[in-house]
Write a protein that binds this ligand. Structure first.
Ligand code: TRP
Ligand code: ZN
Length: 876
């Protein structure tokens, strides 16, 4: 925790660094409580920074300084100044070698940034500003240096890794061993990594398209060695894909991945040495679900793709974070779409964007894709920077086409290889390669908030003209009252009465991307022989909300006929949304609830449709989540949302029982497990049916779930059955299944996390009382972010019913846990608190209770900078 009151950093204050670091030699002597770090930096005045020799300012946090020397001469302590945030050293020559010795304490480092111990394994996390917790350094991404690293450790840490190539190893006189690594690519300190432990590895190789052989290694504790195959396969696929789609080859002779149990995020793209949260890399059919197989494929891809979009070309400053993250998420999403079902991947990503990112965009921490200011950069690893940033890159792709986009990315990589650049540089490369002007498009980087498109239309049957009028607006966000119009690519098709797309011009085009650039604009189509039905925002071509007065019949028609699979799904969501809206109103008026029969019939025909991808059917059968309904609401009425959705789900289950059972039985095979897309699709539909059937709370459904639970040969089916049992009303069966599942899997960290999450996120099981009990379970560990996310996060983010209990106890609980966690891990505390920051969107008593809980965090004493930023911005 920092002593000074957190201060705000502004993009407009960016200055180039005063000094550059040509080379960095690091020497570590690993010890749990007193690791010695010696750093030797070749420093030179930056010619671009102006005249004179200002003092050298180095970042450093929680370090024990031992000595400072310049060109071999010890600098007396009276010459330099130790500051709360680092070190200031006077300079009298333009180039010199600085040597610093300091000590750090990995064992007591629970923040999981810098160097820390995880289950006895040394590891590092330096992004964004963690390197300053290792040694004094200009810890900013525009200072790029060539690193050489020597690690000395006792024999019980046989594996000692760092970035680049191993160049030397041996023994020290006192019987320890050392390994030296050299990374030939200059990099910012945030990409530095070190690992030391008793690890096993699997090894493979990959030959690049130019014929270079790369050694691939995945390191884990011995007990997990059987869980590395899927990640290895995914890595090779990603390497091939980046060559095929972007023409990008890997550049070192070795690529290493390490699995770590204690990790704040998913994974980290350190040069040549990616470090992964165990949950995002380890999998076997017996222990991991299909969604975790798919998540691993995408994260392995994501980190690998960073080698070009992030490492070879990096960020100038942290305001440019989306330069690497938005682009890399777009790359990993396309990779996953190519490896699996494109429509289903798009539906998953858009669902997440619409619930969580739209909520962020409308909440107290709303910020543009390229923020203007921050107190703590860790708080800006957000859905806006990542997912909305990816949508912005996707829109450029849509505007330029596949070939144009590739020309742009080629130019970007070629022009900026080895540099630290800005979002502006990315856009300029896209413009220059294509001869286009993206001036207005740039507003996507600077304006926050989710734009709304109001669409109306008119058809003139006399002359066959059809006019589509689009009005755009964007709600105010903190610091941005007025917004200028965005440049929005609006992909549309026009459906005729037969359900096919009508030709939109004489050449027969059936889908166009309208360039929406003004506050209000009309697009005219001629030669239409019938009044069309518009299919708007196909494939979700822009991160906006579209309002159009669709009738129930029109939505049913789109659901059946739209050529765009994404919009077929979306039509179903709109329909369900309308039905749930009616139910909420009826609930508030204390009327009897009744589900629209058209919705039931629409779901039935989806369920009976054998031509559709089963994974798409599973998505189409899912009602919008409570969180999605909350995001869409003007004011959140949690009670009505819960009642409406619960009623609709039960009514659907009851009405579709026969079809659900038939579908379940058709797909319930005993073919051997494979994580191939087609098999995943069938399991997802089968298990969606099982979940619905158990909503009926009938004995037959219970028996079905029980049989599947007892006989499942893979974790997808086993976990789905367990979840069905837990959410069925029969408590005895649920108790027994939970107990036997735990007995069987208690040695497996990832499965235990799943077991925790399944309970805490269940409306039936995850009562506050039970969640508190889970925190007392021996496998729970407040210092482990995965456990916190599973138990507390599962309750606060995925258990809408129990979290919103009217007495406000759920909010109070989250506040208490946030306060406790802030002492251990500020990054995680600042995320855990988010569900209670949106109090303004709740009217009345619940909103008041939420605000009171949030205020109690503020009043609890000294907060970390991370937590202070989120809480203070949310209380205004
Ligand atoms: N750059 C990482 C990614 O690929 C993000 C990340 C990993 C991170 N660990 C972190 C960010 C710790 C902040 C703090 O997305
Ligand atoms: Zn990333």
């Amino acid at each position: 925790m920092k002593d000074a009151q957190p201060s705000t950093v502004y993009l407009k204050d960016y200055r180039v660094p005063d000094y550059l670091v040509d080379s960095t030699h690091l020497h570590f002597e690993l010890q749990p409580k007193a690791t010695l770090v010696k750093s030797q930096l070749k420093i030179r005045r930056n010619p671009d920074a102006g005249e004179g020799l200002p003092p050298l300012l180095l970042d450093g946090v929680e370090l024990e300084l031992l000595s400072v020397s310049i060109d071999g001469q010890l600098v007396p302590a009276s010459r330099y100044r130790e500051l709360p945030e680092g070190l200031s050293i006077p300079v009298d020559k333009p180039a010199f070698v600085l040597e610093i010795h300091n000590r750090i304490n990995p064992e007591d480092n629970t923040s999981l940034e810098g160097l820390y111990l995880s289950n006895g394994m040394y590891c590092t996390q330096c992004e964004a500003e963690g390197f300053r917790k290792i040694t004094y350094y200009p810890d900013r991404p525009d200072v790029m240096s060539k690193f050489t690293t020597t690690i000395v450790a006792p024999r019980q840490y046989p594996v000692l890794l760092s970035n680049g190539n191993e160049i030397e190893r041996g023994a020290t006189e006192d019987g320890r061993q050392f390994v030296t690594w050299e990374d030939p690519f200059a990099k910012p300190a945030y990409l530095f990594a070190l690992v030391g432990g008793d690890l096993q590895h699997v090894e493979d190789s990959y030959t690049t398209s130019s014929g270079r052989k790369v050694k691939l290694q995945i390191f884990t504790e011995a007990k997990n060695i059987g869980k590395c195959d899927h990640a290895m396969r995914s890595l090779k696929k990603a390497m091939r894909w980046d060559e095929a789609v972007y023409g990008r080859e890997y550049d070192l002779d070795i690529f290493m991945v390490v699995a770590v149990d204690h990790f704040n995020m998913g994974a980290m793209e350190n040069k040549g040495l990616n470090i992964f949260n165990s949950a995002c890399v380890l999998a076997s059919p017996e222990t991991a679900t299909d969604s975790s197989f798919q998540r691993i494929e995408s994260i392995v891809g994501h980190e690998y793709f960073h080698n070009w979009s992030g490492n070879r070309v990096t960020c100038r400053d942290w305001f440019q974070l989306s330069l690497k993250e938005g682009f890399t998420v777009f790359r990993d999403a396309e990779f996953s779409a190519d490896m699996n079902s494109r429509a289903v991947k798009r539906i998953e990503d858009v669902s997440m964007l619409r619930t969580a990112q739209f909520a962020e965009d409308a909440g107290p921490m709303s910020h543009p894709v390229r923020p203007d200011s921050y107190m703590e950069i860790s708080n800006f690893y957000t859905l806006t920077v990542y997912e909305k940033g990816a949508e912005v890159v996707r829109m450029i792709h849509t505007l330029l086409g596949t070939e144009g986009f590739r020309k742009g990315s080629d130019l970007y990589f070629e022009r900026h290889d080895g540099q630290a650049v800005t979002c502006e540089d990315f856009v300029v490369a896209m413009e220059d390669a294509n001869g286009v002007d993206l001036t207005q498009f740039r507003r996507w980087y600077s304006q926050a908030g989710t734009p709304v498109l109001e669409v109306t239309d008119a058809y003139d049957e006399v002359n066959g003209n059809y006019a589509l009028t689009v009005k755009q607006s964007c709600p105010p966000t903190p610091g941005q009252e007025e917004k200028l119009p965005f440049h929005i690519p609006l992909a549309i098709g026009l459906l005729g009465a037969d359900g096919g797309d009508l030709p939109l011009d004489t050449s027969g085009t059936r889908q166009v991307v309208l360039q929406v650039t003004e506050a209000e604009q009309t697009f005219n189509f001629s030669g239409l022989l019938e009044k069309p039905l518009p299919s708007l925002l196909r494939g979700f071509s822009a991160p906006v909300k579209v309002r159009y007065g669709y009738s129930t019949e029109q939505l049913l028609f789109l659901m059946r006929n739209d050529a765009d699979e994404f919009n077929r799904w979306d039509a179903g969501q709109r329909l369900a949304f309308m039905a749930l809206e009616q139910l909420q109103q009826a609930y508030r008026r204390e009327e009897t609830l009744k589900l629209q029969p058209q919705l039931v019939e629409a779901y039935r025909s989806v369920l009976q449709n054998r031509d559709l991808d089963p994974a798409l059917v599973a998505k189409m059968l899912a009602l919008p989540s409570e969180q999605t309904l909350a995001e869409e609401a003007e004011k959140i009425d949690a009670e009505a949302i819960i009642a409406a959705r619960r009623f609709a789900r039960a009514a659907l289950a009851e009405a579709l029982k026969g079809d659900l059972l038939a579908c379940y039985q058709r797909l319930h095979t005993d073919k051997p497990y494979s994580p191939e897309a087609a098999d995943i699709a069938e399991r997802s539909l089968k298990n969606a049916c099982l979940a619905y059937l158990c909503v009926t709370e009938e004995d037959d459904a219970l028996a079905l779930a029980q049989v599947q639970f007892d006989s499942a040969a893979n974790m997808t089916d086993s976990a789905a059955a367990l979840s069905a049992l837990v959410n069925h009303g029969d408590t005895a069966s649920a108790d027994a299944a939970l107990e036997s599942f735990y007995q069987r899997w208690q040695q497996d960290t990832q499965v235990v996390e799943l077991w925790f999450g399944l309970q805490s996120s269940s409306a039936k099981r995850g009562t506050l009382e039970n969640v508190r009990a889970l925190m007392q379970h021996p496998a729970f560990e407040l210092k482990n972010p995965n456990k916190v996310r599973a138990v507390i996060g599962g309750f606060a983010n995925r258990n809408f019913t129990q979290f919103h209990r009217v007495d406000g106890s759920g909010f109070k609980f989250v506040a208490e846990q946030t306060i406790a966690l802030d002492k251990l891990n500020p990054q995680i505390a600042a995320r855990l608190v988010l569900p209670i920051t949106r109090w303004k969107k709740y009217g009345g008593d619940l909103g008041e209770k939420m605000k009171t809980a949030l205020q109690s965090v503020m009043d609890s004493g000294k907060l970390s900078a991370d937590l202070y930023e989120v809480v203070s911005k949310s209380l205004v």
